[in-house]
Write a protein that binds this ligand. Structure first.
Ligand code: PMP
Length: 326
């Protein structure tokens, strides 16, 4: 399931089939599993959509070999798209808000992509606008636009979800995942609800993010350190379908930081803040099931650990909460 036993022709073929591993800090009677997406060649969940979106766009002739892919991205999507673009004969340009990790930008550069930074203050909206401006200036350029492209969701519906269901023989009671674009959660949710329409679907966001408002929850907008998930402007998160989501779990920077250190120290998972936030929320869901407050078709909660902590060492991720969050 998680191994590639035959020799492979290209690094693209190593994408997916990542391990699903138990998280041992929940209630005894409810099993929690995490899909370890750092096992992908670009070390994040975004390798899946990089390959999937570009292959489908080439098939549909939305771009041709030699053309240019331009994407606004926090980094991991850039790495996934850079690997796929390179292997599929495309050029890549990424528009990255300044606050994101320098490690990711160095890796995109190493993979042959061009990087353009936009001001932190302009947020992801500013990066999206700049990507479209650039695309209009070039011939044969596309903006896959992970925030609105249904292929993002489809990549997870077609790959991540069936891998999870195969590994657990279909015994999934809840799916819980952090939402950046929400592609991961939406792909899992669609698949899960087809299998069992009472599967619990939980979105995860940092304190200060506004996804909860889409389900009618009160939220106070604020800054957060957790990287890769959350939104300040729900208009840009076109993939998130509130009709598929039962609850939006809000996790503080402090909870995520405590959990990322615990996951490393106790369980050997070198994962970053969005994975830790997902773990905190998955444990909340597991506790609700164990306490009889939440009924699910199976006593199993599945979450996704999107990437690894190594990518954030320059941000003092394993030092004190104060050092990380200052
Ligand atoms: N964690 C990290 C580290 C990410 O880079 C992303 C993507 N922005 C996510 C979680 C969220 O994934 P999605 O975009 O599929 O919601």
């Amino acid at each position: 399931m998680t191994t590639h036993e035959r020799p492979l022709d290209s690094v693209l073929e190593t994408i997916g089939r990542t391990p699903l591993v138990r998280v041992h800090d929940g209630p005894d009677e409810v099993r929690i599993y995490a899909k370890l997406e750092s096992f992908n060649p670009g070390a994040s969940v975004k390798d899946r959509i990089g390959r999937y979106m570009l292959e489908r766009m080439l098939e549909r002739e939305e771009i041709s070999p030699g053309g240019t892919v331009i994407e606004p991205t926090a980094g991991n999507t850039g790495i996934g798209l850079a690997i796929a673009a390179q292997q599929l004969g495309l050029e890549a340009i990424f528009v990255v808000p300044e606050r994101f990790s320098v490690e990711k930008q160095q890796l995109m550069d190493a993979l042959g992509a061009e990087i353009i930074n936009t001001p932190t203050d302009a947020g992801m909206g500013g990066a999206i606008d700049r990507a479209h401006e650039l695309a209009a200036e070039l011939d044969d350029a596309v903006v896959p636009q992970q925030f609105s492209n249904p292929l993002n969701t489809e990549a997870h519906y077609e790959t991540t979800a069936p891998e999870i269901y195969d590994a657990l023989d279909g015994e999934v009671g809840a799916v819980v995942a952090g939402c950046g674009t929400a592609g991961t959660l939406m792909g899992l949710a669609r698949y899960a609800l087809e299998v069992h329409d009472d599967t619990h679907v939980g979105a995860v966001e940092p304190h200060g993010s506004l996804y909860g408002e889409l389900l009618g929850d009160d939220r106070e907008e604020g800054e957060y350190k957790i990287e890769g998930i959350g939104t300040h402007d729900t208009d840009t998160n076109e993939l998130f379908d509130p009709g598929l989501v039962d609850a939006v779990y809000s996790v503080s920077d402090r909870e995520a930081h405590d959990e990322l250190r615990r996951l490393a120290r106790e369980e050997g998972h070198l994962v970053a803040s969005s994975a830790a936030a997902a773990s905190v929320a998955a444990k909340r869901v597991a506790r609700s099931i164990a306490d009889g407050k939440l009924e699910t078709p199976h006593e199993t909660v599945v979450t996704v650990f999107p990437d690894s902590s190594e990518r954030y060492l320059s941000k003092e991720i394993y030092r004190s909460f104060e050092a990380w969050s200052s």
